[in-house]
Design a protein around this ligand. Sequence first.
Ligand code: SF4
Length: 381
Amino acid sequence: MTEFSDTRVNDLCKTFDGAPQGWAPDTMTTVDFIEETRTVSEGELAIKAITPRRVPRFYEDHIRASNYYDKLKLIIEPSVLELDAKGMLDTSGEAENTVVPGLQHKYPQTGLMLVTEQCAAFCRYCFRKRFVGTSQDEVAVDYSRVADYIHHHPEMSNVLMSGGDPFMLKSRVLHEILDHLLPIPHLTSIRMGTKTVTFNPLRLRDEKLKDVFRRIVDAGKSAVIVTHFDHFAEISDEAQTQIAELRHIGVQFLNQGVLLKGVNDDEETLTRTFAELHAIGLRPYYLFQTRPVLGASRFQVPLREGVELVRAAQRNLSGIQKTFRYVMSHVTGKIEIVGFDAGTDRLVMRYHQAKDPGKTGQVFTRPCSANAMWLDDLQWT
Ligand code: SF4
């Protein structure tokens, strides 16, 4: 474990936005890591953005009752490996894409609104761990200001509410956000990205939450929920019931997941996950390469291995089941990992969305070693 002097701790914490209010860097605390219990300073936990263990009873009971607890527990149990301080806190360049507090505008058509820092549980590979569960600094609070920016950007056709998890907000607050977004004529779609359907689908029983989506549909806009299932065993009966009810209202469902070493990095699991998502009405959308997030390297699958796994799963799936793209959400854009050309020993990629719109659709290749995990690991030749 890396040792930090008090001075070092204080210096680092001054620059770490995710440090909780009122925290005491010298205070020692006991943490139940998945491997062992350790005493760690609060300063080290803050510097390394190690969120506490938070798991709703529903998810805990569900995964314990499944035959896959040993895999699924990796998603939510803190590990001593998070003390390994390699990685970044903003892997997609979110700070530089923020145009007003809480609103990012990276791709012309899409506004990304961070509406809360809270989540039902803390995923150990979270790419927003720099603020999730700790800081509201990046969260939108002035909805008028956000709406004003969108009003002046007619190229923006859709808003994605994210966080944190929008379903952690009171339904009343979601309605308040809609009060600002629905009158904007060029917004044709409102999307919410959530893992609450996985972690605690009981939340979706709230009729006031369902009313949020009724309002979007009644306003003539597309209402979209992007769920986050990483493994077929996360799908619960309650989730299926709630998805069916929301689909009846007119909500479109997509699913995005992350390729996670030790959790879903085998052909059978990937195949079954995409097939079962399709079967319950969730269109497979993105499979993300695990980002080089601080303390999350244990989840990264090498790109060449990922390509082979995805290709194997795709061979087993029908066209309507394999509607997903295997992507890296990079600072420069959303990069589809298309395949590996064994003849030239190069990874083939394509900008699905690019920060520089001129690059969208551009195909490019890079030499790819067996251990490369991210675009930045590939040589620019
Ligand atoms: S649900 Fe999303 S935002 Fe929340 S902890 Fe998991 S990955 Fe992070």
